[in-house]
Write a protein that binds this ligand. Structure first.
Ligand code: GLN
Length: 534
C-alpha cells in the first residue's frame, strides 16, 4: 500500500514548493523506496498547453505527450524518472470527468456536488497514479496558496485521504514564507503562523513546516513557528535562498528532515548516501570558466519560460566543467535594432529558443543569419530549428520570401508548413504532435557523433514541420537532414561538410536532460561553444 506526502503552500506562490517536493522525493528515493510525485493545479484549464509561458512558465512535455506544469520537470530531474501526464491533475480535468459521468448517468438520482463527487474524483485520480505505478510513496503537491478558493476542493480531498488511508500513511508538509524586514533585519514569522491557521481551519494539521526565507531561520523564530503550529521545534525546517536549487535536498537532510518524515509515516530509516548528488553540485558550482550563450526568444523576461533548457545547459556544464553564462536576447529587440549584432558575434554560442507565432520571428531569423555567417555554434530548438531552415532557404538558396506558414500563410515558399494531420484539427488543446517519438539518425553526421545511435527518442510539441516538398532542394544546396521521423519528416538539420556546430532539432531534447545524465545535444553544443573561450 502506498504512503502519501502532501505538500501545501502558504503566504504566496513561487516559493519553490515544486523544488521542495522534488527534493523530498529524492531523499525518500535515496532511502530505497520507489517514489512518484503528482502536481495538482487548481486552475480550470485542462492542462498547461493553452497557457501563455509568459505568465505561467514553461509548458513541460512528458513522454506520453502531456502538456504539464513545469514542476513535473523538477520532479523528473530530481527523481531521475519519467512521469506521465497523469501526474498533473487540474480542476479542468476533474470537472470534465465529473460532468461526463453525470451526463452518462453515473450519478443517477443524485445531486452532484463538490463534496463528495468532485473530492472523490480527486482522490480516485491520486489513487490511480499510486495503483498504476505500484509505488511506495506518492508525493502530492497542491499548487497555489492555502486560502485560495480554487484550492479548497483539493485540500478537502487530501484531508479525507488521511482519514481513509490512515494517519501513519499520510503526512502533510507545509511550505511558507517568512519575510525579512529590512529595517530591523528580522525574519517575521506571522505570515507563516497565519497560513498554518488557515490550514487548520479546514481540518489539516501539518506534520512538518518548511520555512522559505532569504536567510536561515534562527532558533527563536523556529520555536515561535513551532509553538503556533502545534508542533515540536524539530518539525520546523529552514530553506533559505541558495546558490542552486539542487542543494535543497542536502540542507533538508542535514536538518534531519528525512529521518523525521520517515519516522512520521513509518518508513525504515538509514543514513543516506547522497555522495553522487553532492558531487554533482560540486561540479555545478565549482567552475569558473564561463561560456556565454545568447538565448534568443520572445519570453526572455520570464526565464521560467525556458527552464528545462536552462537546466539542460547547467547539467551539461557540470559534466564538462564550464559555467554557461546566459545572455537573454529578446528577438523583437534584434528586429528593431535595439540589440546590436555584436552581442551575437561576441557570445560563444547561440540558442534559438522554441516559440509560437509571428512576433519576434524575423529577429530570430536575423540572429540565425549572423550566427551562421560568423560560424558561431548554433542550436535551434523546435521553432528555432524551423526558422534555421527558413533562413537557409532565404539567404543561401535565394528564396527570399521563404517562410513558415505559421508566420506568413501566403508565402510563395512554404518551407515550413502545417503537419498534414494538423489540417483538420479545430481544437487547440492537446492537439499538437506531442510526446516521445523516435528519430532515425543518419550515420556519418554530427547528430550521429552526438547520439552514437541510429534510433533515439525525444519529446515533441509542434504543429508545423519542414515541408517535405523542399527536402531535395535543401539537401542539394548543402543542408544535411541528419535526423528523420519514422514517417519521413525532417527532425534534425546540420550543414554538410562543416566544422562549425550548426544544428537544429524539431524535438525538445531538454525535457529528457537530467543532472546526472545530461542531454547529449546540449553537452556537445556547450563543448563546441567552450572552444572559443580558450
Ligand atoms: N510554433 C512551432 C510549431 O507549432 C514550434 C513550436 C515549438 O517551438 N514548440 O510547430
Amino acid at each position: 500500500m502506498a504512503k502519501y506526502l502532501v505538500v501545501t503552500g502558504g503566504v504566496l506562490s513561487g516559493l519553490g514548493k515544486g523544488v521542495i517536493t522534488a527534493s523530498t522525493g529524492l531523499l525518500l528515493k535515496s532511502l530505497g523506496y520507489s517514489v512518484t510525485a503528482i502536481k495538482v493545479d487548481p486552475y480550470v484549464n485542462v492542462d498547461a498547453g493553452t497557457m501563455n509561458p509568459y505568465m505561467h512558465g514553461e509548458v513541460f512535455v512528458t513522454d506520453d505527450g502531456g502538456e504539464t506544469d513545469l514542476d513535473i520537470g523538477h520532479y523528473e530531474r530530481f527523481l531521475n524518472a519519467s512521469l506521465s501526464k497523469k501526474n498533473n491533475i487540474t480542476t479542468g480535468q476533474i470537472f470534465m470527468k465529473v460532468i461526463e459521468k453525470e451526463r452518462m448517468g453515473a450519478y443517477l438520482g443524485q445531486c452532484v456536488q463538490i463534496i463528495p463527487h468532485v473530492t472523490d474524483e480527486v482522490k480516485s485520480r491520486i489513487n490511480e497514479v499510486a495503483r498504476e505505478t505500484n509505488i511506495d510513496i506518492v508525493l502530492v503537491e497542491i499548487g497555489g496558496t492555502v486560502g485560495d478558493i480554487e484550492g479548497l476542493p483539493f485540500l478537502e480531498a487530501v484531508r479525507q485521504l488521511r482519514m481513509e488511508e490512515g494517519a501513519d500513511n499520510v503526512a502533510f508538509i507545509h511550505v511558507a514564507l517568512a519575510p525579512l524586514l529590512s529595517t530591523t533585519g528580522e525574519l517575521k514569522t506571522k505570515p507563516v503562523q497565519h497560513s498554518v491557521q488557515e490550514l487548520r481551519r479546514i481540518g489539516i494539521q501539518p506534520d512538518a513546516i518548511i520555512v522559505r526565507s532569504i536567510t536561515w531561520l534562527d532558533n527563536e523564530a523556529r520555536r515561535k513557528i513551532a509553538l503556533y503550529s502545534n508542533l515540536p521545534p524539530p518539525a520546523v525546517f529552514s530553506v533559505p535562498d541558495l546558490d542552486t536549487i539542487y542543494r535543497v535536498p542536502l540542507i533538508l537532510n542535514e536538518q534531519g528532515f528525512t529521518k523525521y518524515i520517515a519516522e512520521r509515516i513509518k518508513l525504515k530509516y538509514t543514513d543516506l548516501d547522497l555522495g553522487e548528488w553532492r558531487n554533482y553540485i560540486e561540479r555545478l558550482t565549482n567552475v569558473d570558466r564561463e561560456v556565454s550563450i545568447a538565448m534568443v526568444g520572445k519570453y526572455t523576461k520570464l526565464h521560467d519560460s525556458y527552464i528545462s533548457i536552462i537546466e539542460a545547459l547547467n547539467h551539461s556544464g557540470a559534466l564538462i566543467g564550464v559555467k554557461p553564462k546566459l545572455k537573454w536576447i529578446e528577438a523583437t529587440e534584434i528586429e528593431e535594432g535595439v540589440i546590436k549584432p555584436e552581442v551575437i558575434i561576441e557570445s560563444n554560442g547561440v540558442i534559438v529558443l522554441p516559440g509560437f507565432g509571428r512576433r519576434g520571428a524575423e529577429g530570430k531569423i536575423k540572429v540565425i543569419k549572423i550566427a551562421r555567417e560568423n560560424k558561431k555554434p548554433l542550436l535551434g530548438i523546435c521553432f528555432g530549428f524551423q526558422l534555421m531552415v527558413v533562413e537557409y532557404a532565404r539567404n543561401v538558396i535565394g528564396l527570399s520570401k521563404a517562410n513558415s506558414t505559421e508566420i506568413d500563410p501566403q508565402t510563395p515558399h512554404p518551407i515550413v508548413d502545417l503537419l498534414p494531420e494538423q489540417r483538420t484539427v479545430d481544437r487547440l488543446g492537446g492537439t499538437m504532435r506531442l510526446g516521445l517519438h523516435p528519430i532515425k539518425i543518419a550515420t556519418g553526421t554530427l547528430a550521429y557523433e552526438i547520439y552514437g545511435r541510429e534510433i533515439v527518442y525525444e519529446r515533441h510539441r509542434h504543429r508545423y514541420e519542414v515541408n517535405t516538398k523542399y527536402i531535395d532542394l535543401l539537401e542539394s544546396r548543402g543542408l544535411t537532414i541528419s535526423g528523420w521521423s519514422i514517417d519521413g519528416l525532417p527532425e534534425i538539420i546540420e550543414l554538410k561538410n562543416s566544422s562549425s556546430f550548426y544544428l537544429g532539432i524539431q524535438a525538445h531534447p531538454e525535457f529528457r536532460s537530467r543532472p546526472l545524465n545530461p542531454s547529449p545535444i546540449y553537452v556537445k553544443f556547450l563543448e563546441r561553444a567552450a572552444l572559443s573561450t580558450r
